[in-house]
Write a protein that binds this ligand. Sequence first.
Ligand code: GLN
Length: 308
Amino acid sequence: TRSAAKDIGAILADIEAEVRAENDWGNVASYIPELADIRPNQFAMSVCTAAGETVSTGDAMTRFSIQSVSKVFTLALALGRHGDLLWRRVGKEPSGNPFNSIIQLEVENGTPRNPFVNAGAIVTTDAILEGRKPRDTLAEILRFIRSAAEDDDIWINDRVARSEERTGDRNYAIAHFLRSCGNLRGECALVLGTYFHHCAIEMTCVQLARAGRFLCSAFGDQRLIPTERVRSINALMMTCGHYDGSGEFAYRVGFPGKSGVGGGILAVVPNVASIAVWSPGLNDFGNSKQGTRALERLSERTGWSVFA
Ligand code: GLN
């Protein structure tokens, strides 16, 4: 296993060199200054293997805003609390629309397509908030992530959360619409306050790859969630984790992943590896441009795929 880790280390170093040589970074998210001001030519990748090793390349100790990657953790918590009843409130189908799209909500009576588009994540946030205070719910989310990562040095960036709030009109529109359909129990401001804060969690690639181990049944912490739930979450990451770029991601990368507009992606090769990659420049779907390319290169080099 030591040599396996060395091999992965060499592969990661090659991938970083190729990414940097390509020098084609995409555009950073521009809707809040905290993301707009980030230098695009940054790259990091970390892989946690079943042997318990973490191998990294690049700026793997730099914290970034995990944004929609947090939707994986909130889904895990919502399923833990409500089980399959959650699926009465949110679907399991890819949306074919951008992450912040509203258009399907009216046609589909306020039932979001899946838990990874904003509308679906706002419903899952409401589901874990129910009967609790935002502060306690955020503490629960942080507790889950910290214990998955076995690292307590993981925090919410309040400035990012405040910027999200200030620019959150579209998410407010979604929340109000959901509530008008009876699919939001909490008050919009409380649910969105919680949502904006979990989007504003910051992690390094090393921390995110370690946190993702709970989705690798063979070596994840079984105490966090049962194996059948791992299967459900990975299936949704595969089909819905990259919004309207999910099909392309499945085709090119071949294993489940969840992206965020901060440029992070958490990817899982079931039973084999948990992978985090970060490069803040995005492609046209709002997914990390070089992060996606790097995962594609990693699957080519290792043969990792859920399809063959
Ligand atoms: N906070 C962002 C939003 O709600 C998250 C979107 C994302 O990462 N795709 O718009």
